[in-house]
Design a protein around this ligand. Structure first.
Ligand SMILES: CC(C)(COP(=O)(O)OP(=O)(O)OC[C@H]1O[C@@H](n2cnc3c(N)ncnc32)[C@H](O)[C@@H]1OP(=O)(O)O)[C@@H](O)C(=O)NCCC(=O)NCCS
Length: 191
């Protein structure tokens, strides 16, 4: 397969869902729920979000999500409960115009939404969507910080393969830290 040209992904219509979670576009009214969730120390432990995390930070997240859709570099979804429609987290695909054959997925859940497999559902939905949109996309990566066992479980349950530890690889706050590389290939079974 030739390396594809980079083009932004259009938002899915209707929204992606498996009946338990819905992935929808972020909106301004999500700011308070995002601020409440991202104030959780467990998110700050594994994702370099601002600490403390306030409403302005949530608004910056929403602006970045809008820009990410427009540029194609970071289509970002809110993960919502399909029944209550409440925001439970966020999931995004990171892409680079110079490397259109691969992408990476990232996510967080609000503390009260954890332990129910919702991140796994969201990751499965977003990966299937991205692979379905771009035939030249052959590799989806998922990087966790070493020690983030819950996220590693999400990766494995979503069909990713653990490829190994990349030493001093991820920029995290003021340094480069070790990360575990998980990847799911288009050709992997079930992709
Ligand atoms: C990562 C995250 C999305 C996972 O949420 P979740 O899917 O609800 O996760 P769960 O609580 O169901 O845990 C997933 C698995 O990890 C296990 N787990 C949870 N916490 C763990 C811990 N501290 N140590 C070891 N295993 C742990 C659970 O037992 C579960 O195992 P199972 O697959 O055998 O059932 C959530 O913990 C989170 O938002 N963390 C902070 C942000 C983050 O780390 N994002 C990912 C960055 S790569």
């Amino acid at each position: 397969m030739a390396i594809p040209l980079f083009r932004p992904f259009p938002p899915p219509e209707p929204p992606l869902t498996d009946g338990i979670v819905i992935l929808r576009l972020p909106r301004d009214a999500d700011a308070p729920a995002i601020a409440a969730a991202c104030g959780d120390p467990e998110i700050a432990r594994w994702i370099p979000v601002p600490v403390p995390y306030g409403l302005e930070d949530a608004r910056a997240f929403l602006a970045a999500a809008g820009a990410g859709w427009a540029s194609g570099r970071e289509p970002t979804f809110v993960i919502a409960d399909a029944t209550s429609r409440e925001l439970v987290g966020a999931v995004a695909v990171h892409r680079h115009p110079d490397e259109p054959g691969k992408a990476a997925v990232g996510y967080w859940l609000a503390p009260q939404a954890r332990g129910r497999g919702l991140a796994t559902r969201a990751v499965r939905l977003i990966v299937r969507w991205a692979f379905g949109l771009e035939a030249g996309l052959v590799r989806m990566e998922l990087l966790t910080l070493v020690g983030n066992e819950a996220s590693g479980r999400v990766a494995l349950r979503s069909g990713f393969v653990r490829e190994g530890v990349l030493r001093r690889y991820l920029p995290f706050r003021d340094r480069l830290v070790d990360a575990v590389m998980f990847a799911r290939l288009r050709d992997d079974e079930g992709a």
